[in-house]
Write a protein that binds this ligand. Sequence first.
Ligand SMILES: C[S@@+](CC[C@H](N)C(=O)[O-])C[C@H]1O[C@@H](n2cnc3c(N)ncnc32)[C@H](O)[C@@H]1O
Length: 206
Amino acid sequence: MTGPDRPFWQRLFEQNITPWDRGSASPQLLAWLESGTLSPCRILVPGCGNGYEVLALAAAGFEVTALDYAPAAVERVAAQLRAADLRGSVLQADVREWTPDDGLFDAIYEQTCLCALHPDDWMSYAARLHAWLRPGGRLFALFMQTLKDGAAQGLIQGPPYHCDIHAMRALFPASRWDWPAPPFAHVPHPLGIFEIGILLQPKPAA
Ligand SMILES: C[S@@+](CC[C@H](N)C(=O)[O-])C[C@H]1O[C@@H](n2cnc3c(N)ncnc32)[C@H](O)[C@@H]1O
């Protein structure tokens, strides 16, 4: 497989090199929760990292499943849930291979897992996101905006890989996903870049 691998991410967690980390749950997740746009349901958090959002969702009464393939991330999030006496399932799994064995999800909170995957993997990952949602389910997506200079020469640079809105439209085409009208939420990121927050809904297969 192309791009960063499990040892790459594991090393970052072991060395506490996690510059993407906000240190608390994303303001966009909190806005979706406070507005009632996202309310307690069965939710998946792929590429959960240090899991601030997993903790916030569990505390808000969601039935959370968190995935990460770095063992250090999984151990941290599981330990934090235990310490806070919160329920949640934290699985060590590769999002490019994982299949849920206990049913589909009402919602997926995709915060910067896509931008951690090499673009070669994006199409199959997008198909998986679609397949993991039950009919009527929803994808709460934070797409990382980090256009790099090398793009002008056609270089693929990351992680984080730039999740250009045109690429996102191709990956989540309107034939398969309902899109809201722009402008989308602009969510500042500690790296000095930003994410766009978009709520997508899969359409049933034709
Ligand atoms: C940029 S971090 C984002 C973490 C978290 N979502 C956040 O916003 O703080 C990307 C995370 O995805 C995980 N990851 C990367 N590739 C993965 C894969 N193929 N399967 C599962 N997790 C993966 C990494 O271990 C890392 O925790």
